[in-house]
Structures are given as C-alpha cells and as structure tokens.
Design a protein around this ligand. Structure first.
Ligand code: ATP
Length: 359
C-alpha cells in the first residue's frame, strides 16, 4: 500500500489547468523530492496533497484512505513552509504545542512531545523565546519541531531551506536527512528548485517542468540516465555539455559526428531503435571529460580556469565550440594553453535533436 497516492489529478485555476491527470505513488517511509524551476507546479502538487487547495478531478489517498475532500488537519500530515509560519506573539513552546492544544491532547503528553522534539532539533534552550528573538535557522528548526510533535505519518516540506544562507542550508539539510532516518517509517515529500537538495535528500526525485512530470527516478538514475534534455540540463553543476551533431554508421558501428569531432558509440545502450542518420545532441558531464596531451578530441585551447578547491573547472574550446571539464589534476593550467580531451564513452547520453528525448 502506498503512503500517498495521487490518482489522475487535475488542478484548475479558472481556465488554467495544472497537471492534466497526474498520478504518483509514494511508498511508506520514502523521501520524495519534487524538483523543478519556478512555476513548474511543485507547490500546487504539495498543496493538493495537503488539502490546502482543491483538486478539480482525481483523488488523493493518504495511508490507504481517500482524503480528497478531507480538511488538511484530518489528513495525517504535517507541513513545513519556507516562511516558517510561526505565531509571532507565542513562545517557541506555545508555537510547537499549538496544534496539540487545539486537538485537546492531554497536557503531560504535549509536554513530553514538545520536549522530545526540542531535544531532537537541539532547541531546548530556545523554548521560552519568541520567534523575533531567533535566527532564521532557529525559526526553521521550530517550524520543523511543530511538525514533529504532530506525530504525522507524512511530512510535507515546501522549500523549507530557501530563506537560509548557504552554510545553514547545508547544516539543516543534513539534519532533515538524519531526522528522516531516525523517524524510520515517516514519509517525506519535499519541494525544492535546488538540485543539490534533491540529489542529497531523495530516495526518488520527481522532475517537473511546465506542470508535467519529466522523469521519476533515484538520484543516480536521474543523474546517469536523464530521460530528456531538460532533465539532463537541470540536474548537475556545472551543467552537462551538449553538442549538436549526427549519427553515422561507421566501420565499427555507430559514430557521433559534429564537424571534425567524432566519437564511436561502442556499447551505447539505446533506449529505442534509432535511425543511423538522425540529428542528435550528445551530452557529456564535465567530470567525464579528461584533460590529456593525446585524447579523443584534440586542438582545444583553454579559455578560463576556475579553481573550486577540491577540483577545477576548465573551460576550453575548439573550432566547434566550448566545453567544460571538471578535473582534479590541472595544476598550472592557464588560459591559452593547448590540450586534448579524453572522453569516457560509457557515460555519455544521446538525445533526439527534434524532441529532446533520450535515445
Ligand atoms: P515556485 O518555485 O515559484 O513556487 P512552483 O513550481 O511551486 O513555483 P506553482 O506555485 O505550483 O509552481 O505554480 C504552478 C503554475 O500554476 C504556475 O504557472 C502558476 O502561475 C500557476 N498558479 C499557481 N497558483 C495559481 C493561482 N492561485 N491562480 C492562477 N494560477 C496559479
């Protein structure tokens, strides 16, 4: 049985239809990330699951129960918002216990749950402060704590880390992951436009674009086998290199050709039967290119070198255009230097130029 089941759901804002019949099953204990650029429909989907907006057609099931027309408070969910949504005049303790007090939970039980959640999130020393006496990171911990005390089986997060600086974001990200592991069977649905959050947190990522699901898969599947050009470009930083070209039948099988760049495609696993003369886009991640004296492609010149600490991004170009290489052994590289590129052909992706779909 799925923890959350979205069945053939359409949401309409007057004439504008979002998700024309979207279906998605989320397993118990799974960490699902809804990933995509602004406007792709992440929050709409999360709010439909939460019951904060009505679906026009289809059903939402949570914990084996059809909750399509249930109030948010009756869905067995807890939600954490980007804006924290704390009551400004209440203390942290009152904020965290508010839902339980409304539900008439006995006082000793409320105290126990609030103390436990505060301990888990290391905010015990803040329980008597008001939100305006807290930092952004502390406020978000309180917001998570308020969700935690509800003992819900499904947690919904709407961009919870977006208002925090990079260091805090990293810290809280790890803490959310730890929390998910500790809670065991709690299902988490997490909205973000940040592909690093998606890659590090998710069991499965749902990539959305223009209110349509582009791909559902583990972070590894999404990274290694993106189903189309959009997913390939959206996930991974620096971005995958894209090279337009054609497929030609060579002596040893298919070959990718783009100007004077040629690449034999020995062992490439085509996902569908491909005509040998189609226009294609070859995708190569920067870490699957190596800087070499003698390589698969030669006559490159370094344009820019970006040291990143652990590794270095080298921007280089030949007559056909520019490519990014991620390397950890490029000491002494300088703009203007000539080089060749080695290519890990087992890691490349091919897409049809006209549809953008993976081949
Ligand atoms: P962001 O990351 O910017 O929050 P999102 O991926 O969460 O974006 P949604 O807020 O779900 O996107 O919006 C999906 C689409 O629905 C967008 O095109 C948006 O303009 C539209 N939309 C959202 N809410 C409404 C509304 N109340 N009325 C009309 N259109 C809406």
């Amino acid at each position: 049985m799925s923890a959350v089941s979205v069945r053939d759901v359409t949401v309409a804002f007057e004439a504008f239809r979002v998700f024309d019949g979207l279906s998605l099953d989320i397993n118990e204990g799974e960490f699902i990330v809804l990933l995509g650029p602004s406007g792709c429909g992440k929050s709409t989907l999360l709010n439909a699951v939460a019951g904060l907006l009505d679906v026009s057609s289809g059903q939402i099931w949570i914990g084996g129960k059809n909750v399509t027309w249930e109030e948010p408070k009756d869905r067995g969910i807890a939600m954490v918002f980007q804006s924290y949504a704390l009551y400004p005049r209440m203390s942290v303790r009152e904020n965290m216990s508010f839902g339980l007090r409304m539900a008439k939970t006995p006082k000793p039980e409320i105290e126990k749950r609030v103390n436990q959640a505060a301990e888990t999130l290391q905010i015990t020393h803040l329980l008597d402060r008001r939100p305006d006496q807290l930092s952004g990171g502390q406020r978000q911990r309180v917001a998570i704590g308020r969700a935690l005390v509800r003992d819900a089986s499904v947690f919904l997060f709407d961009e919870p880390l977006s208002n925090l600086d990079a260091k805090l974001r990293n810290e809280l990200r790890v803490e959310i992951k730890r929390l998910h592991a500790r809670l065991g069977k709690t299902t988490m649905v997490y909205v973000t436009h940040d592909q690093i959050e998606a890659m590090t947190l998710a069991d499965r990522i749902v990539v959305l674009k223009e209110q349509k699901v582009q791909q559902i898969g583990s972070p590894d599947e999404i990274y290694r086998c993106p189903s189309n050009l959009f997913v390939a470009g959206f996930v991974g930083s620096p971005q995958m290199n894209f090279i337009k070209g054609r497929l030609k039948g060579g002596d040893n099988g298919l070959e990718f050709v783009s100007g004077k760049r040629r690449l034999p495609l020995v062992g490439y696993q085509f996902s569908q039967k491909q005509r040998a003369d189609g226009e294609v886009v070859l995708g190569i991640r920067p870490e699957h290119l190596t800087v070499a004296d003698v390589g698969t492609w030669s006559d490159f010149k370094i344009d820019v070198v970006e040291p990143m600490g652990a590794d270095t991004i080298v921007w280089c170009s030949d007559a056909e255009g520019s490519l990014q290489v991620r390397t950890n052994g490029c000491k002494g590289s300088a703009p203007g230097q000539h080089l060749a590129l080695g290519i890990d052909t087992t890691q490349v992706s091919l897409f049809a130029a006209n549809t953008g779909e993976r081949l």
